[in-house]
Design a protein around this ligand. Structure first.
Ligand SMILES: [Zn+2]
Length: 302
């Protein structure tokens, strides 16, 4: 690399042609084949002799990990539910063992997912919160932002994600455009399960508990960091069974379902968040994902 930098001082164009060559289109792929707003996606780069692979996707930084196949590098990313359909660039840069780089830019089409619209009625205090409640909501926002900033630079997940409950989710609950009491519109950024109170809620993959706290809207809420900005959120719990700082394995009991926070009845709300984008959990559960070189320390906090 040092040699390349020396050239760059004298002959920038020659340096570019010598040291940075384009990846071929067939060296980049993604799952699922068809992407839409709310999709998680696995980007893959197939390249012999790479030491480090990074990228940029819709303004988000990507750091690829090497899979069991030394020539394949993956990263789990996503497309926010509110992203407009269109064609978006995926930029990738790979550094090879000899210090040279390869780069590519792929155009990726995002289709529009058919999410429904619905109207809900909830207690007025959740639509027009009092001044005291607004203070709690503002404090909650700070807590959540602090938690969201705690992501691991490496993936903590490994292999496919599994549902948090044995029961089926309410169909079409993710991405629904909602009107609360006819006044407040929002997009539902999670999946609802009609869980009876006290149903065990389990971790969808391995990770670290970055928040286990009572919040105004979310009720008793657990947030798990799966690394690289990927997090899952479990809301409206009646009881916690983990604490902030715990490392958890897939299927580990996190808490019991309930009806705390802004709810119309007992249920579990599961959110999937990637670098601030909200993704459809049902699409995540359908993906055949690879093992990662996780750096899990299976030592729970005392
Ligand atoms: Zn919900």
């Amino acid at each position: 690399m040092r040699r390349c930098l020396a050239y760059s001082a004298m002959l920038p164009l020659l340096w570019l042609s010598l040291c940075s060559t384009a990846l071929r289109a067939q060296e980049v792929s993604w799952l699922p084949d068809s992407l839409s707003n709310g999709s998680p996606c696995l980007f893959s780069v197939h390249l012999q002799g790479a030491n480090h692979v990074t990228g940029t996707w819709q303004g988000h930084p990507l750091t690829f990990f090497r899979t069991h196949d030394p020539a394949t590098w993956d990263v789990l990313a996503g497309i926010d539910v509110a992203v407009k359909p269109g064609v978006y660039p995926l930029q990738i840069e790979a550094t090879l063992a000899d210090g040279t780089t390869r780069h590519t830019e792929q155009s990726i089409r995002i289709e529009e997912a058919p999410y429904p619209t619905t109207t809900l009625t909830v207690p007025e205090k959740f639509v027009a919160p009092s001044a005291a409640s607004l203070k709690i909501i503002a404090a909650d926002r700070v807590l959540k932002e602090q938690a969201f900033a705690k992501t691991s630079p490496q993936p903590l997940w490994s292999g496919p994600f599994r549902p948090p409950l044995a029961i089926a989710p309410k169909t079409d609950s993710f991405g629904t455009r909602r009107t609360f009491n006819g006044t407040l519109a929002s997009i539902h950024r999670g999946m609802d399960y009609r869980a009876k109170p006290l149903t065990p809620v389990k971790a969808v993959n391995a990770g670290r508990v970055i928040l286990a706290h009572k919040l105004y809207y979310e009720g008793n809420c657990v947030i798990i960091d799966h690394g690289q900005g990927l997090m899952t959120l479990y809301m409206h719990l009646s009881h916690f069974r983990v604490r902030q700082g715990d490392n958890v394995r897939q299927g580990q009991l996190l808490g019991l379902s309930g009806a705390t926070g802004r709810v119309t009845g007992p249920h579990l709300h599961l959110g999937v968040r990637w670098q601030g984008a909200y993704l459809d959990a049902s699409k995540l559960f359908q993906m055949e994902l690879p093992a990662t070189p996780t750096v899990q320390k299976a030592v729970p906090t005392p």
